[in-house]
Design a protein around this ligand. Structure first.
Ligand SMILES: Cc1cc2nc3c(=O)[nH]c(=O)nc-3n(C[C@H](O)[C@H](O)[C@H](O)COP(=O)(O)OP(=O)(O)OC[C@H]3O[C@@H](n4cnc5c(N)ncnc54)[C@H](O)[C@@H]3O)c2cc1C
Length: 486
């Protein structure tokens, strides 16, 4: 098996070659060894909330919170880390606003920062309860996706789909409409069968399709604006193995085949490698249980090599493309076979900032092409772009609300400029009918969002009923839901 992520054959040699003029000869050298460690998905799990005080009652705070990519910080007056729902319900009416729930802090937008009370459900993540008859699991909203996936696997069950990483909390992921890829598979929140939410006045609300259906459709994707979700009941299925296939192909050829590949495979996605003319296709399909053939995780090698190409040839795009064409070896493929949770989510040791928009399915490829062309006007860009497929659902603020979708994501290395992801890509995404990922960089305000979401006004009505004083709104949410931003 070849590690798929060693695409650029020995880019280190290329560096030496660039200095000596021996580029082509050196480029034929042996592929560099895969140095990336096997995935350790839980490693990031405590990235942002580790500093939460572990006491139940609000305590004066001396600690600073920051998100995963470290572009948002706050020093709340209090942390609230309740041991159970009753404690949360008793504390919320008295807690200092803005009241903001925090998960794993993996959102790129300032959804979480507050000078008031930061609420962590790290202690509401106890043992999941599987209902074998109805194929559902009842689980605390503070549980991490990966912890749930492992617990389900131990009992012979699995989630239908997973995002790229699994360290997010369920509530954080579902509240921002986190998704994986698969033309027939919806985002994670579409698997919610019931949930419990504590509104800022301390009332506990239960909802499902049958009970309180409006709240159910509003709360599944609600950015922490309606209250604090304490528990979910999710649809699950018997555990399953997936076969992964990864290959490299000319971007134009792969884009031409993308609709057919998305229709044929349970999961299909592609990564465009900017300034190379190449993309990677990735499929996962269900296979009968057999001996696992785990993947060799080496995403980091690709990032390292693409970055080197940028660092050495960034100022000369034509030379960069020429070098990439000689270094990328399209004959390399990767195969793996393992339990679904082991393949669908990996780890992301290299930190970055990201913007992702969800485009109507039919606009996806044209949108991707234009975003790529816009990105390639900037020589500093090297991060791969991600292109995925998601099925429609009915949650009011779901970016997939009643439309099948293609999502297009662009990234910038942590510490490098990312403003252009918003200012330059945003208009292109919007031209193609895109709705922004709630957890990823965008600058849309209330009026623009209202135009994109047919049920936005209904959500607002319900939000005002549950939180008439707007105690759940921080500065970012004021711009989305606040009275002065209509
Ligand atoms: C490396 C990386 C990879 C990613 N991959 C994907 C991907 O493949 N697909 C995808 O769609 N997204 C992806 N994301 C985005 C990520 O899934 C979302 O931003 C998600 O919201 C993060 O979850 P979290 O637990 O960190 O929540 P946070 O960022 O801490 O919070 C997100 C929102 O949820 C709210 N919230 C948290 N807990 C509660 C609660 N108990 N009740 C009510 N509201 C609550 C918060 O108030 C906030 O509004 C990725 C992000 C990173 C950094």
């Amino acid at each position: 098996m070849t590690a798929r992520r060693d695409w650029l054959k020995n880019a280190a040699t290329l560096g030496a070659a660039a200095g000596t003029g021996l580029l082509l000869g050196k480029a034929q050298a042996q592929a560099s060894s895969a140095t990336a460690k096997p995935k350790a998905a839980a490693a990031n799990a405590t990235a942002s909330t580790a500093s939460a005080a572990s006491t139940a009652a609000p305590t004066p705070n001396t600690r600073t919170w920051q998100n995963w990519s470290a572009i948002h910080q706050c020093k709340p007056e209090q942390w609230l880390v309740p041991a159970d729902e009753a404690e949360l319900a008793a504390a919320l009416p008295r807690a200092k606003a803005p009241l903001r729930a925090v998960g794993a802090g993996h959102s790129f937008n300032p959804l979480v920062p507050t000078v008031g009370t930061l609420i962590s459900l790290d202690r509401l993540s106890g043992t999941p309860v599987v209902d074998k008859q109805n194929l559902t699991v009842r689980v605390g909203a503070g549980m991490r996706i990966g912890v749930l996936a492992r617990a389900l696997d131990a009992q012979g069950y699995a989630l239908y789909n997973q995002p790229d990483i699994d360290v997010q909390t369920l509530a954080g992921a579902l509240s921002t409409a986190t998704h994986g890829t698969g033309q027939t598979l919806p985002a994670l929140h579409a698997e919610v069968q019931a949930l419990r939410l504590v509104s800022p006045d301390g009332r506990v609300h239960e909802c499902s399709r049958a009970k309180n259906p409006d709240l159910f459709d509003a709360a599944r994707v609600s950015l922490g604006a309606l209250g604090v979700i304490t528990e979910y009941t999710l649809r699950i299925r018997p555990r399953y193995m997936l076969r992964r296939h990864v290959w490299l192909e000319r971007t134009e050829e792969l884009l031409a085949r993308a609709p057919e590949l998305a229709a044929k495979h349970r999961h299909f996605e592609l990564y465009v490698l900017p300034f190379t003319g190449f993309s990677a296709g990735i499929t996962h399909d269900e296979g009968a249980a057999a001996t696992a053939q785990p993947p060799e995780a080496a995403d980091e090698n690709v990032l390292r090599d693409l970055r080197r190409l940028r660092d050495w040839f960034g100022r000369w795009p034509a030379l960069r493309r020429w070098a990439a064409a000689r270094l990328i070896n399209p004959a390399q493929t990767e195969a793996a076979f393992d339990w679904s949770w082991r393949l669908l989510s990996t780890s992301r040791p290299t930190r970055f900032n990201e913007s992702e928009y969800h485009l109507p399915r039919e606009a996806g490829i044209a949108g991707l092409r234009e975003v790529l062309a816009t990105l390639e006007k900037r020589n500093e860009v090297f991060f791969p772009m991600e292109f995925r497929f998601i099925r429609a659902d009915h949650a009011w603020l779901s970016p997939f609300y009643e439309r099948d979708t293609c999502s297009v994501a662009a990234h910038a290395l942590q510490g490098e400029d990312y403003a252009y992801l918003i200012s330059e890509l945003g208009p292109v995404f919007r031209k193609h009918g895109g709705r922004p990922h709630w957890g990823k960089l965008h600058d849309l305000k209330q009026a623009e969002l209202q135009a994109l979401y047919p049920r936005f006004a209904d959500f607002q009505t319900l939000r005002r009923e549950l939180d008439p004083q707007g105690r759940m709104l921080n500065t970012h949410l004021q711009q989305i839901f606040g009275a002065n931003h209509g």
